[in-house]
Design a protein around this ligand. Structure first.
Ligand SMILES: [Zn+2]
Length: 254
């Protein structure tokens, strides 16, 4: 699993053998960096499955760079049919032009991915709140990562009310570490051991917020963030979680 350094934005990849599941692609503004990254990374897998959490530019923008790098070898880009807005048509057209399809689906159609939110129509919620929340299983199906897009505390509360703890060691922190998410109650529910924050270095949004860092810290959660550490690579081997960043490699017991 890799959380890529795409500045202010999100781009995550989970691999199952030679199959790669990509969730978000960063912003189009990071085009040069993303082009180099994607061109190198796509060689690692024979099959690529693409999904975007929602249609904000810092999540979907880079998908065009990815599709160009793939040269029309990807059939679908999945997006939640419950999370669509006026931008669907625009992206559909642009993605069609590249020989692929923006596929509106109720759930991510893959056995290793559980779609937790949204599962029906919700009126009055914004694009961030309608981000897909996914539980993605590691190859062994014993470990998982919770991917949360840009959801807010309101959606965190809905998840808490709907599900028992998802049981994932890994958490992709919502909304780049904004204080609009990652409440103590949510962490109590999710029970992660390791959190990833994807945010831009010195960006004027000021992510991650101190409150979020404090909440994570008070739950004893390891924090890895792309603005300080660059790309984050994670794999499980010999009953250890191995995390590698430009700052070095750490081994954590499962
Ligand atoms: Zn975002």
């Amino acid at each position: 699993m890799s959380v890529f350094d795409v500045g202010q934005g999100d781009a995550t990849r989970i691999s199952w053998g030679r199959q790669c599941f990509w969730f978000d692609f960063g912003s189009f503004f990071q085009a040069r960096r993303a082009k180099t990254l994607f061109e190198r990374e796509i060689r690692l897998c024979d099959q690529h499955l693409l999904a975007v959490s929602h249609l904000d530019g810092d999540h979907v923008g880079g998908v065009y760079i990815f599709l160009d790098a793939m040269n029309a070898l990807v059939k679908n880009v999945w997006v939640s049919s419950w999370g669509g807005d006026w931008r669907v048509k625009m992206h559909q057209k642009k993605i069609n032009n590249r020989g692929s399809r923006l596929a509106l689906v109720e759930r991510v159609p893959h056995p290793q991915v559980d779609t937790l939110w949204p599962l029906e129509e919700h009126r009055g919620l914004n694009a961030n709140e309608l981000s897909w929340v996914l539980r993605v299983w590691h190859q062994d199906r014993r470990h998982c990562i919770l991917l949360t897009g840009d959801i807010s505390k309101l959606i965190e509360t809905k998840l808490i009310e709907t599900y028992s703890s998802p049981g994932c060691i890994f958490l992709k922190v919502a909304h780049h570490g904004s204080k609009t998410s990652t409440s103590r109650a949510f962490l109590q529910w999710a029970q992660p051991k390791i959190a990833f924050i994807s945010n831009g270095y010195g960006h004027y949004f000021g992510h991650p917020h101190q409150t979020v860092l404090k909440n994570l810290d008070s739950h004893g959660i390891w924090i890895f963030r792309t603005d300080w550490m660059g790309r984050i690579d994670v794999w499980i081997e010999d009953q250890l979680i191995r995390v590698r960043t430009v700052k070095g490699e750490v081994h954590l017991p499962i």
